[in-house]
Design a protein. Sequence first.
Length: 737
Amino acid sequence: MASTDDERSLLRLLADFQRPVLSVSSGADQVTALLKKRIGERVKRASDIAPIVLVDGSRFSGIAATDATLLVDMMPKLPLLIATLLEFRRGSFSHLGQRAFEDGLAALRRVRLVFAAQIEVSIGDHTRSLPARSQGVLSVPDATFPTLVVAKGRQNLEWTTLDALAEPLMHLMGRSEIATEFRLAVTRMQSASVPIYDITHDDVANACEVSLDDVHTTARRIEASVTPLLERLYPFVALFAGPEAASSFDPETSGLSGESDIRHELALLTTQLPIGAAELLKCALDTSSVDDLRRRLEIPLEQLNATLQTLGRRYRPIDYTKQLADDFADHIRRHHDRILDRIRWARWDRFQALHPQPDWGALRDPTTITPDPGCGRTRDSLSAEEMDERVNAELQRLLGTAPPSTSSPLIPRAECAAANAHLVSTSIGRLGEIVRAWLAVLGQPVESPWTDPETARRTALNALDRAGALDFVRLDGDDLLQWLQALELWPADMPLSADPATLGLNASNLEAQRTEEAQRRADAARIRRIVYIDNQAFDLENGHNALVEALERSLEATPGVISTRNRYTPLQDVSQQSSGKGGSGGQSLGMARQPRLSDQQRDAIGFAGEWLAYRWLDRLHKEAFSPECWVSAYRELAFPGRGDDGLGWDFQVPSRRGPLLYEVKSSQSEGGQFELGETQVLAAQANARNGLWRLLVVTDVLNDNRKIRMLMNPFDPRARGQYIFVGQGLRLRYAPE
């Protein structure tokens, strides 16, 4: 017997174990008692069933998570995000009381996160892996150590992980009613490419659709609540007065219920405090973290960290490693020209001797010079002198010896590299022409990189850059030839000269090379405008009318493609698959890497997909459909009138429920993933629950294996688990059954 308030993951487990479940909206305990009288003790309340959780083969309970990472430590802005959702719930007209507000956040701060390779659950005599519908997340309730177990190899948070955590996390907090709002906020942040570990107040405001002032108000409410206030004060009272005197301020056990109680307790310790009790309380109220308060009180970081280590796992050491690394990186960037000069002076003899320097890229990279990793828990800042001392030590490590501090003036590295790159780019075409003519006269084959000007330019630039040849002085033509020879790019038997006469070449030899290069360029341009329709080459220079005729002929051979039924294509659950990098662009892309398309080819594929979708929709919607339903810019290639690619859909078909909105994604291959643009994301989100916004994915669009699949809106709750986000943008992967 289950209640609609019971944890959904538990109900999913019971269903997966094929336990019959009867759900009621209220009175579950009373209904259970009545059924027990009629049926017997076989009737059980769902909340009384305690599944045994196995994590990586071992039995797991909340107490096993004592040393696990706190969720809020991994994502410090999570309390602000959830508090904002609690404070400004849509459709809720009651203001959350301070005690309920604090209890919710206190519950959040207790939640641990455990990552596991395998999660299994036992109910009775049966043991099974976590069902796919759980999206790899299982909540383990515990009064002291509530835990979320996540089936994930890497111990890091991603937006997709946070989305899967939504329902079980809100259940652990006792706030299941905001799970949907939380998922929507997470989706908005992901679509806006917000860094998950660097959320700002602006990001929270946008995700929760509230004003920035609302977020600031919520942040102040969090900071003023009793539990966070005690969390800030407790370490300092322990530092000043000792752990025994500070015990009444312990957030876990304190009976202090308000500012007046805290003020009274501090007053009792006045003689042991470095400042007045009232001033200490004011400082704690005006700051938002233990470290903010430390800086206000001017307590050395090393001293406070020593105290924090005595207070248990609730307090982790304050670590400035990242900030010091950022400060050090800023110092390196400000002084990088001076540092590079010292490196160039140290390597001048190698450059003069035309010796390639394979480590030059690393030496030139400012991130190669690293800060001292061991001072982040004892220091919160470094002086310029200390950072310069570290730079000297790092340069000696990288170079094997201390570099000179002064020497002859050098042209700035960036100016030198730009001038030399220009020399290579403007010279290599002529050099390539001469090399190919010389080889042709001798009857020798032309080998890479001299096969074409672009390959020669790219190869020479990359090789010269890796060797450090571009970064010391401005090169001239002779210098360039010498470096090409040193890097074994110049043909081995060819004299080191760019003078045709010296090489025995005449005007006709060079003209023959120019004619050959012109033909090569023409062939390359033709390849960039060719598409293959049913394995037959079609030149897009013939125009869109000819393209439509070719598509018509192809469709006549496969008429069944536009007879696809009007239903959503079933998709596999892909929530457990890892998300990798996919392709880019507005059309859908296959899982395998596709050759880079020209704009002409990409437009042809996009138009072909929408043209096929037009034919399918015309057959499906009959009299409700007309050319005016095609609203994207591609309509202009088939019908008069303007189209708009900023709507968020390509076709708009009137219906009694409201306009049906179809977004088309096209692919030359079997598909498997696609990318949504900003307007498409907004349209899909706005229609997440009404079924009006749909995806039409046209795969193998130019051959007789083509298929049209209608996919559910990725933001529809029913589509959960059917897509995963790929890469950093809003690119999603799916897999037909």
